[in-house]
Design a protein around this ligand. Structure first.
Ligand code: SF4
Length: 240
């Protein structure tokens, strides 16, 4: 591999993601050999390191592009934009609908009671929260946690679409009715959608209940557990 080849790969990567300039930070001093610890997705540690670093930079550039967004009316009452967080090179991506009160104040997704339930689910699946990526369709809290309106979805959707494109997860788990309806483009009730793989732009997507619903209906937790078993089986299959 030549340096020219590496540069070409980087440029193609960002071009494919729609960036018009490179999100580059120039470091003046070398910090020595960098060690790659996560090589799940790459053929070699070096390859995986590059991918992970590129994805991290692309996500940072996207966050910069969103800025202090005023593109829709949800900007008026929000405290914080909740961009999403986790592993830029995650195999598994969880996508909910919009931030709630706690998320709005902390600027992090799924950190209230529903978020704690999601974190427990992720851990029961055998991951730590930092290994997956967690985001929402909408990045600002709708007043009184109402459903996002069509114009708000239309305006904000391209951001999560770009995040999915950058992260390129092996599987998406959509949480709740709204996320599933938007990502799969259907109106089929979540009770009928959940538990069966659908697709978002070629990526397998498992719709399941939102953790906030499970707080109200704990008896349905086992259905979500069933759904994520299918996700784990598919992930395992992909690694054979
Ligand atoms: S919801 Fe999305 S589009 Fe609307 S202001 Fe927030 S970040 Fe911008």
């Amino acid at each position: 591999m030549t340096i020219a080849h590496d540069i070409k790969t980087v440029l193609e990567f960002f071009d494919a993601l729609g960036f018009e300039r490179l999100p580059v930070t120039i470091k003046r001093k070398s910090t020595g050999t960098q060690v790659q610890t996560d090589n799940r997705k790459g053929a070699t540690g070096l390859q995986s390191f590059k991918t992970s670093e590129l994805k991290k930079a692309a996500l940072e550039a996207l966050r910069e592009e969103i800025g202090d967004c005023l593109r829709c009316k949800l900007s008026k009452q929000r405290q914080t934009i909740v961009f999403g967080e986790g592993n830029p090179d995650a195999d598994l991506m969880f996508i909910g609908e919009a931030p709630g009160r706690e998320e709005d104040s902390q600027g992090r997704p799924f950190v209230g009671d529903a978020g704690k339930l999601l974190t427990r689910l992720i851990e029961k699946m055998g991951f730590v929260r930092e290994e997956v990526y967690i985001g929402n369709i909408i990045k600002c809290r709708p007043p009184m946690n109402r459903d996002p309106e069509e114009d708000e979805v239309t305006t904000c959707l391209p951001f999560i679409a770009r995040q999915i494109e950058i992260i390129a997860p092996t599987i998406i788990v959509s949480l709740g009715r709204i996320s599933a309806h938007i990502l799969i483009n259907t109106k089929i009730p979540i009770t009928k959608l959940r538990g069966r793989f659908s697709e978002y732009r070629g990526i397998p997507l498992m719709p399941t209940f939102h953790p906030a619903y499970l707080l109200r209906s704990p008896k349905d937790k086992w259905l979500v557990w069933e759904d994520v078993q299918k996700v784990l089986a598919r992930l395992k299959e992909g690694k054979k």
